[in-house]
Design a protein around this ligand. Sequence first.
Ligand SMILES: Cc1ncc(COP(=O)(O)O)c(C=O)c1O
Length: 366
Amino acid sequence: MARLDADPQLPDDLAGAIRRCFDALAMNERFRLLPALLLAERQVTPERRSGNDYIARLSVPDVLTLAEQMERRSSNRLLRENPEANLAVVAALFGPEDRVLLDASAHRSLKDACVLARVQVTTFPHNNVAAVERELRRAPAGQRTLIVVDGLYSMDGDLCPLPELVDLKRRYGAFLLVDEAHALGVIGPTGRGVHEHFGMAADAVDVWTGSLSKAVPSNGGFLAGRRDLILYLQHAAAPFWFSAALAPAAAGAALEALRVARREPERLVALRRNADALRTWLRARGYDTGNSESAIVPVLVGDDVAAWRLARRLFDEGVLVSAVVHPAVPQGAARLRLCATAAQSAADLDEALDAFDRAGRPAGLA
Ligand SMILES: Cc1ncc(COP(=O)(O)O)c(C=O)c1O
């Protein structure tokens, strides 16, 4: 959610507003990542470039530094994007004899990874732990089962029930993959993700995947887990072998963003304050924000066209909010997706929410 500073017809203003809209920790402003990006390009020597594999798959120092900065988990590997990481894990480790239990709201790339891996897929209702247990109990002896969830759901703003899922996977001998695309940088006291939020060790989960294109405003995906597992994936997963590596500029920008996030915890504090203010205001006025407990705050509308109309009315009021419709969400569950960021001032929020009221009340939403 962002205020449009000037004439919204101007593409530059719109592009700026869109950048601010999804920039949870306010890192894009003032182009502070640009120097890091240029530096990263300069650091890549011609010898490394000639290999066409100069930063992601080989354990070159740049990658190790980036991986260490990202998280002190036992091991990390970088890919060009989060969906590649999901495919790398599911297709390299599981096949047609195995089963995936997939949360109904899991990201599309996780569903696609299951299709490409040709695993048997059972979808369970969103965050329904009892349904997961029912399925685990029903599994034929000897069948391997992978539970697949998002850490933070991008259209609902709620978290996976990590403690319960870890308990189930241990009791039934299953495996657990958590996609942290939206959680990295914003969930947990220092932004390390859902395990930090729940006070759990990172190795309670078998494999983590995630994106460097959300709170970390760059491009790229990563996977993290036990060292031997990641080493195996580095040699067994198709995306490591058959795709170009992550560009050094993207790795450099991600590294600098992680440094900024660590150095300036006040960004996370401001983000939480704004998210709480946004949610409290909307709920107090009767808007349905579902189970949001993060900087992603949906306002449930229902009908696709009604959601588009409301987004348009807000746009006319000078507020940019994205409408989310089928197939990104189930039919009849269209919504506006408001995103708090650390950059929003109290005045920005007041102004945006007043506009929201003017646009939302006539639509019968509150
Ligand atoms: C859970 C999840 N995984 C993966 C992705 C895609 O990641 P990337 O931006 O690296 O392509 C998204 C994007 O919104 C996501 O929400």
